[in-house]
Design a binder for this molecule. Structure first.
Ligand code: NAD
Length: 358
């Protein structure tokens, strides 16, 4: 039996919209049949890429041959575009952040329920291999119980583009990269977040944050340190994690990394003191080679399907969404409280809307 192909119109044919166009070419369940962008130049670009461009959003919504609308516009207009698409009977894929606050997303979820349409948010970094390796280590306890997980993305190019510099469009790095990194923690750690502290950075003088750091504490004892920087000419590792039996690092997107554990077979070996600066230390001396075991990182766990296949299966009623709206809502609530912690410079507690899975 051949599966149905769902026709998709990409709305917002900029950087990410055109990237979806390329990615969906390799997918058998979805087919891009057109695009719409407010800019004539982007409608021309779409035609050059082989996708017919609609002249208005209304024309997309009134076209009965369109099954799915994929929203890849700046963040401020996601809500109105998503809601009207569902009210016209379309299923929707929406780029992250789906919207900027909990209240707006609750309204969108209500419309999804009322219309019976699928609304799935493109939290694509759940498929990133670096994240899937760390989640595998967390779940399988390959270096014992992970108790501190540090997740960083560092760049030196400032805030990109135009609208990302402006608050009214939902700009800033917490809403841009932060939403990915926080989403990864929400799906990895099945425990309530008990507190958050954070700082936003405004090094570049924009009205929105050009980076942030946040510390999240989970009820199960895990601490997460999350950092996004756009003024970092020297980068720190993408992931640095500490477990009860070892330490692991993933340096970069090429997945260079390793884990180092105590060698249980040889037992404890006293380190030799080293000269450190002008002093002498045994505490900070590196463990001898025999005292530790260095291993390659484990293989990443696999999702049961790609984002697009999962979306098609959800539309057909044969699968549960991998990106659940309850998780998206929890991340938006977390983001609101990261902003609050930064603004008030206080530890924010008792905000998480975590619901135990079992
Ligand atoms: P962009 O500026 O490159 O493109 C946005 C496009 O939307 C522009 O061509 C603009 O003309 C068009 N547009 C604006 N308002 C519109 C409207 N009302 N109707 C139709 N078109 C409209 O921005 P981008 O970098 O492509 O980001 C777009 C979205 O994709 C954002 O939500 C962003 O957060 C998200 N994004 C996601 C990822 C990811 O990995 N998931 C990566 C990049 C961007």
């Amino acid at each position: 039996m051949s599966l149905k192909t769902h026709s998709v119109v990409i709305v917002g044919y900029g950087g990410m919209g055109s990237y979806h166009g390329k990615l969906i070419l390799d997918n058998t369940r979805l087919k891009v049949t057109g695009t719409y962008d407010v800019l004539a130049s982007r409608r021309e670009a779409s035609k050059e890429d082989g996708y017919p461009a609609y002249e208005s959003y209304e024309a997309v919504l009134e076209d009965p041959s369109v099954d799915v609308v994929l929203i890849a516009t700046p963040n401020d207009v996601h809500k109105e575009l998503v809601i009207s698409a569902m009210q016209h009977g379309k299923h929707v894929i929406c780029e992250k952040p789906v919207t900027m606050n909990v209240k707006d997303f609750e309204e969108m979820m209500t419309v999804a329920k009322e219309t019976g349409r699928v609304l799935m948010v493109h939290q694509n970094r759940r498929w990133d291999e670096d994240f899937r390796i760390i989640k595998e280590m967390y779940d399988k306890k390959t270096i014992g119980d992970l108790f501190q997980i540090e997740s960083r993305v560092h760049g030196a190019n400032g805030i990109p583009g135009d609208w990302r510099h402006l608050e009214a469009y939902g700009g800033g790095m917490l809403l841009d990269w932060g939403v990915h990194l926080l989403d990864q923690f929400v799906v990895m750690i099945d425990s309530k977040i008990t507190s958050v502290t954070s700082r936003l950075s405004f090094i570049l003088g924009d009205e929105v944050d050009d980076g942030f750091d946040a510390v999240l504490e989970f009820e199960n004892g895990v601490t997460a340190i999350v950092e996004v920087g756009t003024t970092n000419f020297i980068t720190l590792p993408r992931w640095y994690v500490k477990g009860t039996e070892g330490t692991a690092v993933i340096e970069d997107w090429s997945l260079t990394g390793r884990s180092v554990m105590q060698n249980r077979e040889v037992g404890k070996i006293e380190p030799k003191p080293i000269k450190a600066g002008v002093g002498l230390t045994k505490t900070m001396a590196p463990p001898s080679e025999e005292a530790t075991v260095t291993e390659a990182l484990p293989k990443a766990f696999e999702h049961e399907s790609s984002f697009y296949d999962n979306f098609a299966n959800v539309v057909e009623g044969t699968a549960e969404p991998i990106v659940k709206n309850s998780e998206v809502l929890r991340v938006l609530n977390l983001i609101e409280n990261v902003f609050k912690a930064a603004r008030t410079r206080e530890v924010v507690k008792d905000f998480d809307i975590y619901e135990p899975k079992n």
